[in-house]
Design a protein around this ligand. Structure first.
Ligand code: NAP
Length: 320
């Protein structure tokens, strides 16, 4: 339910001035005639705690969180959705809630749920789906959580194989924590949970690859039904790809390719996948869907998706 008095939402990060969230969210607030202002709150690590405490004020609805604070904010919140805590291991949206016991700040992760929305829409899931994630940073963790949430089997390829292994170790550690925390579903706010049995495969290490090991990548691609680029390679460079583009020919005919890079709208990876007849999309929908879910979490209203899409397209075009 929307609240009656003027309210504020903002983006907590450092830096924040490049963000498209203000344009997208303000357009949505205005379209629904909600008296809410979206602000940019550039916040250093030293000021983070104070910034989060300020969200308890009555005029606050919540916040988005971006680099470098998505993990650092977690201890300052009162509770976490299972999506944020276990699937993503990070928070990108905070909601202020008034309860009979006082104000509570709840952390969510709408990057992961946006990814799930796209992959559900594309009907990629099948038993034991093999998915290869390129990159081992924050977006890769959101993708890995989404894959495990639907019972998929993730591989990770990073510049350093040790980073790929660490990304998988951290994913499976969160899943084990979810299993140990018998009360997790009762104590955390709503969210997506892991599918399947809570056991890490013994052969886990063999799923961590180096982006330089092209033989291993080629072999993995031959079994990959879902390929996700979670590196920034391709950003503002329509010719750049994190793996040699010809290797995409190794993918099965029914594979789906998702490039999280949204600028340009059609990256080299997406273009090459289309050229060989594969289904593929760039990162625009993820950006839109994560914003739409944050909007709903703050306001209780269904997000005006067409308005948000148009505002986002305009913001991206203006920087192209
Ligand atoms: P991050 O935490 O900095 O992680 C980036 C990952 O990519 C790291 O594993 C990094 O490896 C790797 N990488 C960087 N440069 C590379 C290169 N030249 N070749 C191969 N690997 C490279 O960043 P992130 O938050 O995960 O974001 C990754 C990308 O996803 C960005 O382009 C971001 O814009 C996009 N993204 C899109 C959405 C969306 O809504 N569409 C949401 C989140 C993120 P090293 O440690 O070796 O550098």
């Amino acid at each position: 339910m929307a609240r009656a008095t003027p309210h504020r939402v903002g983006l907590i990060g450092h830096p924040v001035d490049h963000s498209r969230s203000p344009a997208m969210q303000q357009a949505a607030f205005d379209a629904l005639r909600l008296d809410i202002q979206y602000e940019l709150w550039d916040t250093t690590t030293g000021d983070l705690r104070k910034r989060i405490e300020a969200l308890r004020q009555p005029d606050m609805l919540g916040a988005n969180v971006t680099i470098p604070h998505k993990i650092a904010v977690m201890p300052y919140l009162d509770s976490l959705s299972s999506t944020a805590r276990h699937l993503a291991g990070a928070v990108n949206t905070i909601v202020r809630e008034e309860t009979p016991h006082g104000v509570r700040l709840i952390g969510h992760n709408t990057d992961t749920t946006a990814l799930l929305r796209i992959l559900d829409e594309q009907r990629v899931w099948r038993p034991d789906l093999r998915a290869l994630v390129l990159g081992a940073g924050g977006a890769a963790q959101a993708a890995l959580g989404a894959i495990l949430a639907r019972g998929g089997q993730p591989w990770v390829a990073a510049r350093k194989r040790s980073d790929a292994r660490q990304a998988l170790d951290s994913l499976y550690a969160r899943r084990e924590e979810a299993a140990r925390d018998a009360s997790a579903s009762a104590t955390s706010a709503s969210g997506v949970f892991f599918a399947g049995a809570f056991t890490a495969p013994d052969h886990l290490k063999s799923y961590a690859l180096s982006l330089d090991d092209l033989d291993a990548i080629a072999q993995a691609l031959a079994e990959t039904r879902l390929l996700i680029n979670a590196t920034p390679v391709g950003t503002r460079d329509p010719m750049a790809s994190p793996i040699p583009i010809d290797l995409l020919r190794r993918l099965p005919r029914d594979a789906f390719v998702l490039d999280l890079v949204y600028n340009p709208p059609e990256t080299a990876v997406v273009r090459a996948a289309h050229a060989i007849g594969l289904r593929a999309t760039g990162g625009f929908s993820m950006l839109l869907y994560q914003g739409a879910e944050s909007f709903t979490l703050w306001t209780g209203f269904e997000a005006p998706l067409a308005t948000m899409r148009a505002a986002l397209e305009a913001a991206l075009q203006s920087e192209a």
